[in-house]
Design a protein around this ligand. Structure first.
Ligand code: PGA
Length: 249
């Protein structure tokens, strides 16, 4: 992490916390986490709990909200989907795009991810674009190529990459308890940074995700090109998420 970029700790709740348990989460979390100006904290609740989260945060503008997925169109006959404009109107300021679970379980392609990133930016939200290789791809020595390809399509689709946040999440480290070693993560972050630099954007925050816990956050954040964390499992519990937010690199 470098002083040039404000660190980001983001919690991806996935399909956890209904509106009632969202209220409870924030009651506990806000009691443990005092506002900080040197850290950006973002929570991605399920969309159905976004309003409960917004109300819980009325007096805590230091904690930002995001949605986990949007459609690329702004409105239309797309049963079950929400648009980036709707997310913005409902209080979100960020959207995850291309999380590996969306890619793997719901068939999202690189082209979909690029379209969604464009829609998210057009709505005035900040996209947190997720990239990362599978174990098979890493073993075959293709990790860099895969991430490069995933990122290229996004960079080609946006006119200005300055408004992006990137999250590197090796698929084999998500929800498995297995974290990329700080050195491996740093190496991939540096390669992403180099790719962004050729698109002239070194100020873009690059977050690491994949089994981030209170115990491993400091070592990860101590790496020069790791600007924060995208936390899944450990963000669902207010105590562990507060502990992660309290970590100093
Ligand atoms: P995890 O998930 O922290 O549970 O591994 C991270 C993510 O999928 O964003």
């Amino acid at each position: 992490m470098t002083a040039l970029r404000t660190p980001v700790i983001a919690g991806n709740w996935k399909m956890h916390h209904d509106p009632a348990s969202t209220r409870l989460f924030f009651e506990r979390f806000l009691a443990l986490h005092a506002p900080r100006t040197d850290l950006t904290v973002i929570v991605f609740p399920p969309t159905i709990s976004l309003e409960a989260a917004r109300l819980a945060l009325v007096e805590r503008a230091d904690v930002q909200l995001g949605v986990q997925n949007v459609h690329w169109e702004s409105a239309g006959a797309f049963t079950g989907e929400i648009s980036a404009d709707m997310a913005m109107a409902a209080g979100a300021r960020y959207s995850l795009v291309g999380h590996s679970e969306r890619r793997q379980l719901f068939g999202e392609t690189d082209a979909d991810v690029a379209r969604k990133t464009r829609a998210v930016l057009a709505a005035g939200l900040t996209p947190v674009v997720c990239v990362g290789e599978t174990l098979e791809e890493r073993r075959a020595g293709r990790a860099n190529d895969v991430v490069d390809r995933q990122l290229s399509q996004v960079l080609e689709a946006v006119r200005d990459a300055a408004g992006l946040v990137i999250a590197y999440e090796p698929v084999w480290a998500i929800g498995t308890g297995e974290t990329a070693s700080p050195d491996d993560a740093q190496a991939m972050h540096a390669s992403i940074r180099a790719q962004l630099a050729s698109a002239s954007n070194t100020a873009i925050p690059i977050l690491y995700g994949g089994s981030v816990k209170p115990q491993n956050t400091a070592t990860l954040l101590a790496q020069g090109d790791i600007d924060g964390a995208l936390v899944g499992g450990a963000s669902v519990d207010p105590q562990s998420f507060a502990a992660i937010c309290a970590t100093e690199a």
